[in-house]
Design a protein around this ligand. Sequence first.
Ligand SMILES: [Zn+2]
Length: 174
Amino acid sequence: MTEALQKALLDLKARQEAGEQMPCPRCGRKTMKPILHTNALSRHADGIYVCDDCGTAEAMLVFMQNPLPLECWALFQEERGTTDFKAVIGEEALKVIRAEHLPRLFPLFEQWKTGVADFRALRTQALKECPELTQLWAEPFQALYEVADGEIMIRFRTTAGKIEVAIDHLTKNK
Ligand SMILES: [Zn+2]
């Protein structure tokens, strides 16, 4: 771990312990519960709390022996613009995603599938080409969009050499 990263983690830990309300440092979403220690303790960043979803994801990735590198945590990503779909309902956002984003994400997924591409570079490119994208994960390769009425999760996979996507629109009020 680099010194800068270590310092950033210590700073984060202090802010969390001081009770600062902040997004989940791992996924960048506003999914943290107000009482810090009721969230999940990260398996990778000592003493750092992440949201329950990320806690579950970390456990799964540990099982798959493929943790998300700390450098890929939302907190450590470059500052990004405020472009997003948060004012757009999922149905409308999906039209843009299907028409514009999927054609851009497919080649990145293909590069990722080759096993030689650096995920961080792919992720940076994805966020640049699809500014409304909230998050992209490597294993499994999936994209998350926050929209006005919930979240859109898109999972990528290949079947018989063809890319397929599974799109889930998770609405807030179930
Ligand atoms: Zn999280």
